[in-house]
Design a protein around this ligand. Structure first.
Ligand SMILES: *[C@@H]1O[C@H](CO)[C@@H](O)[C@H](O)[C@H]1NC(C)=O
Ligand SMILES: *[C@@H]1O[C@H](CO)[C@@H](O)[C@H](O)[C@H]1NC(C)=O
Ligand SMILES: *[C@@H]1O[C@H](CO)[C@@H](O)[C@H](O)[C@H]1NC(C)=O
Ligand SMILES: *[C@@H]1O[C@H](CO)[C@@H](O)[C@H](O)[C@H]1NC(C)=O
Ligand SMILES: *[C@@H]1O[C@H](CO)[C@@H](O)[C@H](O)[C@H]1NC(C)=O
Length: 414
């Protein structure tokens, strides 16, 4: 028994030893795998991310783009990669011109991307193929090696000609070259110098804005509680001075909360959230309130047989008061406006009124039992959310004689 017991315990000891050995082997194996993966993530991880993101863009040979990319920095001193090193890369995936949609930013990255990520109104450099595949990544090479490293790379402060910094300078230049028409820039109103001469926006992008390809630069100065500056800021005056003659400049202060609000209502953003509302400088602080009042009129209601009086409150709060002699322009989008003007000897630019301007060309309706705004699936019927809005808007003008509401008339016969 005892012997057996001893043998038994000997067996147990051997078993325990075996168990220990296996555990150690397993641990070593795990360590090896983890280490291997970590090391491999250096270049393979970067390459995988690169290819994965690249494949979302149609019509490119991503492996080829990767090869061209690598040639810019592998086997180089990571402090001696100039912006020109990326010329072939930029040529292999050129930035497409984005007229009226280009959005530049400086010190507002998160707010801008939250916004552009949820809407189709604007594109940033990070929406281009190259900007998108390399956003947030770090890479470099080293002399005498064909490897791509992702750790121990010099950063923006170590040396100016580092692989990541030079890439962003080069791609930003290409993005600025492709900007045309109306260009928007979101700058940070909470810092002392919203237009900082050392930023990529100032040192690279603005210097490449050229008239007549580019028509306007619309600065959106993002304001929060800490906002220490405004559109009269000295640095913004410098920005204006640096612009090519022929590029019109304007600046709007927009609360950050409002931009976030716009992001959370992607279906409205392009047409009627801040981009349009803000075109009326006096009302930029009120866009949210207007939108709220506007929604109250139709959300949860049938879109047909929609009485115009539902808009009463909206028009009471947003009376037609504006200065005279504004350029008159008519849009072809609204027959009603034309019918209305044909019958009158005075011309009144409905679209020059805040509400007319915001709603021009848009379709909207609610649905019974829903808290949503619909912009596509609105029933077609003679008296609906949209037609009642325009009848109401026209009626506001028709009040005639009452010049508190009639903001401007131009007598064409004179
Ligand atoms: C503006 O800059 C400040 C300070 O760097 C930062 O805390 C804030 O988030 C920035 N604002 C925006 C809108 O990005
Ligand atoms: C560009 O902006 C100006 C003024 O902000 C505006 O009048 C014009 O309609 C805009 N053009 C386009 C194509 O968006
Ligand atoms: C803009 O900022 C300047 C300087 O801080 C200040 O004097 C001015 O009153 C501000 N203007 C507005 C409209 O807030
Ligand atoms: C509008 O134009 C007319 C004629 O050019 C001028 O007499 C009038 O003062 C202008 N009104 C405003 C508000 O500018
Ligand atoms: C003009 O507007 C005022 C205030 O909105 C109103 O009391 C008045 O009845 C209006 N006059 C006419 C002629 O409609």
């Amino acid at each position: 028994m005892e012997q057996g017991g001893t043998r038994g315990s000997g067996k147990r000891r051997r078993k325990r030893l075996l168990l220990c050995v296996s555990v150690v082997v397993v641990i070593i194996a795990i360590c090896a795998v983890v280490l291997g993966v970590t090391l491999a993530q250096g270049s393979d991880g970067l390459k995988n991310t690169f290819l994965e993101r690249c494949q979302k863009f149609k019509g490119y040979n991503c492996e080829e783009v990767w090869d061209v990319f690598q040639k810019a920095y592998v086997n180089q001193d990571p402090c001696k990669v100039p912006t020109e090193a990326y010329d072939p890369l930029v040529a292999s995936a050129p930035i497409e011109p984005s007229c009226n949609r280009a959005m530049f930013w400086s010190k507002t990255k998160d707010v801008v991307h939250d916004f552009t990520g949820k809407t189709d109104c604007f594109v940033t450099v990070e929406d281009s193929l190259l900007g998108s595949v390399l956003d947030g990544l770090t890479w470099c090479g080293k002399e005498g090696s064909s490897e791509t490293l992702t750790t121990g790379c010099p950063d923006w402060n170590t040396c100016p000609d580092n692989p990541v910094g030079s890439f962003w300078k080069r791609i930003s230049a290409a993005f600025a070259d492709a900007a045309c028409g109306n260009v928007t820039a979101m700058l940070n109103g909470s810092i002392t110098e919203p237009f900082n001469s050392r930023s990529i926006f100032a040192s690279i992008e603005v210097t490449r804005f050229k008239s007549p390809r580019m028509k306007n630069l619309n600065v959106v100065l993002v304001m929060d509680e800490k906002a220490g500056t405004n559109c009269t800021d000295e640095s913004l005056n410098n920005l204006q001075k640096q612009l090519d003659e022929g590029i019109k400049y304007n600046c709007k202060e927009v609360p950050q909360s409002q931009i976030e609000e716009c992001s959370s209502r992607p279906e409205k953003t392009c047409g009627s959230c801040w981009t349009k509302c803000l075109a009326f400088p006096q009302t930029s602080q009120r866009c949210e309130q207007i939108l709220g009042r506007f929604e109250e009129a139709y959300v949860g209601q049938n879109s047909c047989d929609f009485p115009e009086k539902r808009y009463d409150q909206l028009f009471i709060e947003n009376q037609f008061t504006h200065s005279c002699n504004k350029t008159m322009f008519w849009s072809d989008t609204n027959d009603l406006v034309h019918k209305f003007t044909e019958r009158r000897d005075h011309f009144i630019t409905l679209e020059d009124t805040l509400l007319g301007f915001i709603m021009d060309g848009l379709t909207w309706c609610g649905k019974k039992g829903s808290k949503e705004t619909f912009i596509y699936q609105c029933e077609k019927c003679p008296v609906n959310t949209v037609s009642s809005f325009w009848i109401k808007a026209s009626a506001e003008v028709r009040v005639g004689g009452n010049f508190t509401r009639l903001y401007c008339t131009i007598n064409l016969s004179s």
